[in-house]
Write a protein that binds this ligand. Structure first.
Ligand code: PLP
Ligand code: COI
Length: 341
């Protein structure tokens, strides 16, 4: 079998059912050995913990075809560790890191014909997730769980690909102080749906959330961390305990320092100082680096020097270096690339 007959370069960020997915069940205090299945449906109790009390967490990572034709994943061990941390915070059983990576590898291999070809601009998005599957009616953790990994070929997260977007400062909060903002819990996204639909209805691509305690500091967007470039061309990265520890952001910090020789400052960033920055980008697995052209803060516009047509020069260098590493054009730091063999 060869690659599927898909118009790869016109894919958006959507779900397409692929051939196989990985499933493992947790019962009587242990995970079973897990297997691949063709069944894309899930059958659970009407009273399952996930349905009643949103006991679920997920991950997102991508597989790529490299320039020399290999299939690779980017840092799946970090997704495995983050899901481990999410599960602990949600009182769910942890799924072992090495088994997570193996499940990802099995899922990619079983759907290899859906991995978009090199140069198509698309990639295979993997969605590992876990949920409470047994019945709970009093508020408590479920006794049984399911871990699954499916995959779907995707294109750019934002329409227009690398074209700058306009974002708004949201009046809603994404994460409570001492809450769950730092883990990838489904509940964080459920409560962001009204905010994102509101932003879309007003013509904005995404929301910038402020820190819920003081509403003066930049946190992140609904699906990506934020990075800035200052007047000297160096990177400024908002720091907060209530944002998701993005693997893309952590990788970009290394890339900026070691590949590009930039100074990186990770610190609290006030909304009031953002007008001093030259470039802004949203970074994440789905977003890669999406440049921001303008922020709308309750009618006041904060414009970045790249304008609305193209990425600024520093974001472009970061983008080229990160995607160069992911697609095998540049040598990767030790352990960043998992080759699917
Ligand atoms: N922040 C949020 C809220 C996200 O949903 C994501 C996506 O996973 C990110 C940041 C980016 O994280 P990563 O780079 O690990 O994909
Ligand atoms: C990702 O980048 O993997 C995400 O999970 C962001 C969004 C699709 C929720």
């Amino acid at each position: 079998m060869g690659k599927k007959n898909i118009d790869w370069s016109s894919l958006g960020f959507g779900y397409m059912q692929t051939d196989k997915r990985y499933v493992s069940n947790y019962k009587d205090g242990a995970w079973d050995e897990g297997c691949l299945t063709e069944d894309a449906t899930v059958a659970i109790s009407e009273c399952a913990g996930v349905l009643q009390y949103a006991q679920t967490c997920f991950e997102g990572l991508k597989a790529y075809t490299t320039e020399d034709g290999r299939t690779v994943c980017f840092r799946p061990d970090l997704n495995a560790q983050r899901m481990f941390d999410s599960a602990q915070r949600l009182e769910m059983p942890t799924f072992p890191v090495d088994r997570f990576v193996d499940a990802v590898v099995q899922t990619v291999k079983a759907n290899i014909d859906y991995v978009p070809p090199y140069g198509s601009g698309a990639s295979l998005y993997l969605r590992p997730y876990m949920f409470g599957s047994s019945a709970v009616i009093g508020v408590k953790p479920a006794d049984e769980y399911q871990f699954r990994v499916f995959c779907t070929p995707v294109g750019p997260y934002f329409k227009g690909g690398a074209k700058p977007i306009v974002v708004k400062v949201s009046d809603f909060d994404r994460a409570a102080p001492h809450g769950t903002g730092h883990i990838k819990a489904g509940l964080n996204y459920a409560m962001s749906l009204h905010a994102i639909q509101t932003a879309h209805r007003e013509g904005f691509a995404e929301n910038i959330y402020l820190d819920p305690g003081t509403r003066t500091k930049i946190e992140e967007t609904g699906g990506a961390n934020i990075i800035f470039v200052d007047e000297d061309g160096n990177l400024v990265v908002p720091k907060s305990d209530s944002i998701l520890p993005s693997i893309t952001r952590r990788s970009l910090v290394d890339v900026a320092q070691t590949y590009l020789g930039l100074k990186v400052t990770e610190r609290e960033v006030l909304l009031s100082e953002v007008e001093n920055f030259k470039e802004m980008g949203l970074c994440g697995t789905a977003a890669v680096i999406s440049p921001v052209g303008k922020i709308n803060d309750h009618g006041k516009e904060i414009c970045f020097s790249n304008g609305m047509e193209k990425m600024g020069p520093v974001m472009q260098k970061l983008y080229d270096t990160l995607t160069g590493i992911q697609m095998g054009r540049l040598e990767a730091p030790e352990g960043w690339i998992k080759v699917i063999e």
